[in-house]
Ligand binder design. Structure first.
Ligand code: FE2
Ligand code: FE2
Length: 196
């Protein structure tokens, strides 16, 4: 995990108590995780709808949406296997807080949408990695380690797209600002059985 951490811009590590809480409430984590994957697929397609004239973005977001949908399917299969049922899900206040930082115009909006998406993927990588290390069931550990690596790749996709369409230095500077904000949001969150 540490090797990947060095390339993912996260300013705060998850509270160490989160791991045990997540293991103790794993059914709730699984349900929340399913919602995260479903929303990630929808967000990728929302980017396609917003920026249809950018072919590289469209290509990469279609692939991303397919991968996230596949993750959703895999998590949903496990929900069914455990005799659980997916609920409607609640508000995602972590994402809502992050989105408050989005600037409203043109390239700034595009840059912020891509960087906020990258940070959500980065935090997902961290949390799924923790599950991949600490869950007692080996098949679940492997499942989560694999998903974590995919999320690390998604982080990279969003950073690369930001640098394709916006100035490199401006992206680095803004990523630093948004990562600082993300770390403040995550540090303030209550300890709950949620991915974020
Ligand atoms: Fe995913
Ligand atoms: Fe992802």
């Amino acid at each position: 995990m540490s090797e990947t951490r060095s390339v993912i811009e996260l300013h705060t590590k998850t509270n160490p108590e989160w791991a045990q809480m997540a293991i103790d409430n794993f059914d709730a984590i699984l349900i929340d995780h399913a919602h995260c994957e479903k929303k990630a697929a929808a967000s990728a397609m929302a980017m396609v709808s917003r920026y249809p004239e950018k072919p590289e973005l469209v290509k990469r977001c279609i692939k991303l949406a397919q991968e996230e949908l596949r993750h959703f399917q895999q998590v949903h299969d496990r929900i069914i296997k455990r005799g659980l049922v997916l609920n409607r899900g609640g508000r995602d206040t972590y994402v809502q807080e992050l989105r408050k930082a989005l600037r409203s115009d043109g390239d700034e909006r595009l840059m912020d949408l891509l960087l906020v998406a990258a940070l959500i993927e980065g935090r997902s990588w961290e949390r799924l990695s923790i599950l991949g290390e600490h869950l007692s069931d080996e098949s679940y550990r492997n499942f989560y380690s694999g998903l974590a690596q995919a999320e690390a790749g998604h982080y990279r996709v969003f950073i690369d797209l930001a640098k394709l369409y916006c100035d490199d230095d401006a992206v680095d500077k803004r990523l630093e600002e948004l990562a600082k904000m993300e770390s403040e949001i995550i540090a303030k969150r209550p300890l709950e059985p949620r991915i974020h």
